[in-house]
Design a protein around this ligand. Structure first.
Ligand code: KG4
Ligand code: ZN
Length: 362
């Protein structure tokens, strides 16, 4: 049952600027998405093969006010209709986080609205709680997740498994000790000469490839739920060098010109299969240990179809993913978690005191 049935109507503006998306959304009662606006500086970063923090921060400064204005305009609401502001204060790029947080602080003070600081990674999970959408091209979930809820959070910055016993009551079971899975996708894509962001482009390239052509390693770690993707990434580099008869010191950026289209597709397919299997292997163990009612997947890599297929085939609990547009960074997930903070009477932060925390963990 949505909490709103027990509480007063609550409308929260969510602001997200942790990486390259400038985003704002308004969510009502933790399940109803009223408006959602995302501006991205992706095109500017793509030519450099990854996010350039300085470009991201500058782009946030230019976009933040128009994005919030547009979000309010599309919601047909006024400032006086809102009950609070939620903003991502970590983890993320320092310069990017500052833009969202300082804007949210100024708005909280000037509009006299309570301010809720949000952990970006926790926010990703809450995209799964959106059950109604007034935003045309976003399809909401049929039901809200139930607790205990097992979450796989996979993005460009994170690969984590978290068990939620209830709202705000969770334990981080494991995480990557080096590269995040999305980062590994981005780096392997770069090596294959595919554009940034790597995830969707690896998926496309892999369609023409043989996933069993190359045997790639899965890291063996002490932590039952921990990940490591840097070894896999290096194995792909060594494989590509060997395929074109070059030694270990041959530069990675020269490989894509020498690899054939078939070799690239087979490498993409083999990497895709192994990286996704690595994630799903751990989820199978976690499901056995914690018997969750719902399993949710969140973060940019949740858009991956191979991940969805393997989870569907190997897990038993009810599986939920956000709409693909809510898998990557957005304000809706931040506003949704902000609603729960407000509805469950979490004390808002003093807007004069809120600081960013680029290294914030779960
Ligand atoms: O959550 P997100 O938008 O930003 C972070 O917080 O990192 O995730 C971005 C990451 C990128 O590494 C991108 O390559 C990956 O998500 N990604 C995908 C797919 N779509 C985006 N990875 C695999 N398959 C996809 N379809
Ligand atoms: Zn993210």
């Amino acid at each position: 049952m949505p909490l709103s049935i027990l509480f007063n109507v609550m409308k929260i503006l969510g602001i997200e600027t942790s990486c390259d998306e400038t985003a704002a959304a308004i969510v009502e009662d933790g399940f109803n998405l009223i408006s959602n606006v995302v501006a991205t500086s992706m095109d500017e970063h793509a030519k450099y093969g990854g996010i350039v923090p300085e470009i991201a921060a500058r782009s946030h400064i230019e976009s933040i006010i128009p994005v919030i204005d547009q979000c309010l305009y599309e919601s047909k609401l006024d400032w006086g209709d809102l009950d609070g502001i939620a903003v991502t204060y970590g983890a993320g790029l320092g310069g990017s986080l500052l833009v969202g947080v300082e804007t949210a602080k100024a708005l909280s003070i000037s509009k006299n609205l309570p301010l809720y600081p949000i952990n970006h990674v926790e926010g990703h999970v809450y995209a799964n709680f959106i059950m109604k959408s007034d935003v045309e091209n976003i399809k909401p979930a049929d039901n809200q997740p139930e607790f205990p809820m097992l979450a796989l959070i996979v993005s460009g910055g994170h690969s984590q498994i978290v068990i939620f016993r209830n709202h705000f009551d969770y334990t981080l079971l494991g995480q990557t000790g080096d590269d995040a899975v999305g980062e590994a996708f981005d780096k392997v894509a770069k090596l294959l000469g595919l554009p940034y962001p790597g995830g969707p482009n690896i998926e496309i390239a892999a369609k023409d490839g043989d996933p069993d052509k190359y045997k790639l390693p899965k890291a063996k770690l002490d932590g039952k739920y921990d990940f490591s993707f840097s070894g896999l990434k290096t194995a792909v580099l060594r494989l590509a060098q060997a395929e074109v008869d070059k030694s270990y010191d041959f530069p990675s950026f020269e490989l894509s010109a020498l690899l054939s289209a078939t070799q690239k597709a087979d490498i993409a397919a083999s990497f895709l299969k192994t990286s996704i299997e690595t994630l799903v292997d751990k989820m199978v163990i976690a499901e056995k240990e914690f018997s969750p009612k719902t399993i949710v997947v969140a973060g940019g890599v949740a858009a991956n179809q191979e991940l969805r297929k393997q989870l569907r085939n190997r897990l038993h609990a009810k599986l939920q993913y956000p709409d693909i547009k809510l898998c990557t960074d957005n304000g809706a997930m931040i506003a949704t978690l902000g609603c729960y903070k407000a509805m469950l009477n979490t004390t808002p932060v003093n807007p004069y005191k809120l600081q960013i925390n680029p290294n914030l963990s779960m």
